[in-house]
Design a protein around this ligand. Structure first.
Ligand code: ZN
Ligand code: ZN
Ligand code: ZN
Length: 165
């Protein structure tokens, strides 16, 4: 984690992704232990598949991957596992592209904002309380009670913009 480059929520290309995966799985274990949730083999495997990279995964692609390993895996099993992971806060569902990405934050409280790169398809999450708060306040002012202040921003990451991704 000693990136001397300019700050970015996106990991550098040379980052140790095995460490990301190990960290995510360790976090899943501790979250589930703390909350008395059961991280079954299926749930764990799907989390691992989602963490194959930092790009979002479609539910049906995950189903395909699982079926390569478990021939008889039924779609509801996979979809329920995804729901479990989402409810546990271990993955996020990106509404705008209907895909799942692993939660990349140690403390993912409140409403994250997602940065979705159209170049490399990677997603990074940031946590600006100000943005979430302002969205809620602006909505209230517009006569609307926001129940979900998650913001998904589409654009281009530095690495893509500089042609280094
Ligand atoms: Zn990584
Ligand atoms: Zn998160
Ligand atoms: Zn990019």
């Amino acid at each position: 984690m000693t990136d001397s480059e300019k700050p970015t929520a996106f990991r550098s290309e040379r980052h140790d992704h095995a460490a990301c995966v190990a960290e995510a799985l360790a976090r899943a274990d501790s979250v589930c232990a703390q909350r008395g949730l059961r991280l079954t083999a299926m749930r764990r495997r799907i989390l691992e598949l989602i963490w194959q990279n930092h790009t979002p995964s479609k539910a049906y692609d995950l189903l395909d991957l699982v079926r390569q390993e478990h021939r008889g895996a039924a779609p509801p099993t996979v979809y329920r596992a995804l729901e479990f992971l989402r409810d546990a806060g271990l993955v996020h569902h990106l509404e705008s592209i209907d895909a799942f990405v692993g939660c990349d934050a140690d403390e993912c409280r409140g409403q994250p904002q997602f940065l979705i790169c159209r170049g490399c398809q990677r997603v990074a999450e940031i946590h600006s309380q100000r943005l979430a708060h302002d969205a809620a306040v602006e909505a209230l002012g517009a006569g609307f009670q926001a129940e979900n202040e998650i913001i998904e921003l589409h654009g281009i990451c530095d690495a893509c913009r500089e042609g280094t991704a």
